[in-house]
Design a protein around this ligand. Sequence first.
Ligand SMILES: Nc1ncnc2c1ncn2[C@@H]1O[C@H](COP(=O)(O)OP(=O)(O)OP(=O)(O)O)[C@@H](O)[C@H]1O
Ligand SMILES: [Mg+2]
Length: 578
Amino acid sequence: MIKKLFPAVRGYELHSLGASFMIILEGVLEIMIPFFMTKLINDGIDVPNPSMRVILTYGSLMLLMAVFALITGALCARFAAVAGTGFAANLRNMLFRKVQDFSFANVDKFSSASIVTRLTTDVTNIQNLFTMLIRMTVRNFIIMITAFCFAVAVNPKLSLVFAVTIPLLAGIMLFIMIMAHPFFEKMLTRLDLMNAKVQENLIAMRVVKAFVKGEDEKVSFNDSALALKKAQLAAERIVIWNNPVSQLIFYAAMIAVCYFGGRLIIDGNMKIGDLSGFLAYIGQILSSVMMLSMLFVSFIITRASQKRIAEILDEKIDISDDDADASLEVPDGSVEFSDVNFSYAKNPENLTLTGVNFSVRSGETIGIIGGTGSAKTTLVQLIPRLYEVLSGSVSVGGHDVREYKLHTLRDKVAMVLQTNLLFSGTIRENLKWGNEDATDAEIEAACRAACAHDFIMSFPHGYDTDLGQGGVNVSGGQKQRLCIARALLKNPKVVILDDSTSACDTATDASIRKALKTELAGTTTFIIAQRIASVMDADRVMVLDDGKLVAFDTPERLLETNDIYKEVYESQMKGAEA
Ligand SMILES: Nc1ncnc2c1ncn2[C@@H]1O[C@H](COP(=O)(O)OP(=O)(O)OP(=O)(O)O)[C@@H](O)[C@H]1O
Ligand SMILES: [Mg+2]
């Protein structure tokens, strides 16, 4: 898992190494302090004629070590901060890029809230671990081993105290961590749920207000915040034992050493300076063991985060164009489906589209009707390869869609999605999403074809009107027309309108269709509609029923041969006449 995260260190290798080097230096300097202290006491104080000269010499050496330790420690902190923040920025970029390459199917798999938590909380957890790793690992190993050697050199018998304390301390800390780990995992899942709650609420704020569901939402948010708190508390409840237990072992070791060391001194077998040096080594050794176990603990705690990040990095992008021919252009707007089966779950037992066969000539206008859930959207999403077929093939311009670079294909197959979004920015900026190089004249032509020009000009700032986030300050029908204009600006060979005029009145709907027919004479057009009037002047109409293409013919002939079409026609036309 960790190996996957290595590339995120790129650009910060020197800072990472620098931090480790500085902290090792700091460790060595720190070990020297008790060494000089032992000398100071043994040779300067604990002698028949205490010597101020010896005390001052060793005292200044200790001070010098402390000052250098301070400088190297500060340098390490600085390097580690640069390396840690850089590492996190790289990792976030790696994740974001990967998410941008996700296909619709990949996005369906992760909830967007969970992707947000992974990019924020999980990365922060790993950043902390990374900073700890470069600051603590080597330093503490070195301090532990060197201080241990010094301690043994001072008094081998007294060092036996480490044989008990080190394994005890490490064992207890590991036990605590292993117990706490599942709760940390649970905590992250709950955090996901809470983020999902917030995200959903913010996106649907208007619906919440319209249904006066604010109070219910507050209650349900409170529930998820409490659930998160519970998981957090359960984890913390175990982890808090860390400190008291390690302090207890630490002081017990001190008392044991004072007791046995004191007896050695009374018997004249040990010098006072050795004992005080020894006590300092105990502090250093046990605190490095604690830090190493803490490091291990953080490693375990962040395992959940590591796993969640690796899941995104490892996610197999199910639509890739790596083998596609970059020079292949879409020659025309013909579309052909042969024996297409499709399943969202990639399960042949659970097909959403079954055995679809049809062929559409370039420039034809095709209407698609069918009840809700009959897989109209699913069918057209296969044309720009937003999803991959399970079996069979989809061709555009005589080539299988898999032969094109995705960019080439989607540039020529413009789709106005059923649920569409505008971005914050001006109308002009939004339209240019379709085609960055579009001139003002082209923008106006597209807007005329989409019947958007007139209402845009009725705004005081015209094309420079600012759209709020998600296009909140235009009406539903206006938004749809802007989305159509945005798609037309691509100069596509195939245009797909998925229920894209449902919010426009019938007159506007009719004039959009008329304009499309003249403006996009050579462009193949697919129009999904609930209104029969929207498909009546199409060249041919597809009738979908439960994922199957049950009829595909001219509207006139369908009226005679197809019951579904006839039924819809009669119910809607009768309604209109009445
Ligand atoms: N992303 C998805 N993941 C899994 N199943 C899906 C997904 N999108 C749609 N479906 C399922 O596929 C079936 C066809 O859905 P589709 O959206 O194609 O219907 P539709 O004909 O466009 O309906 P409508 O007229 O309501 O837009 C439905 O049963 C739906 O539940
Ligand atoms: Mg649909």
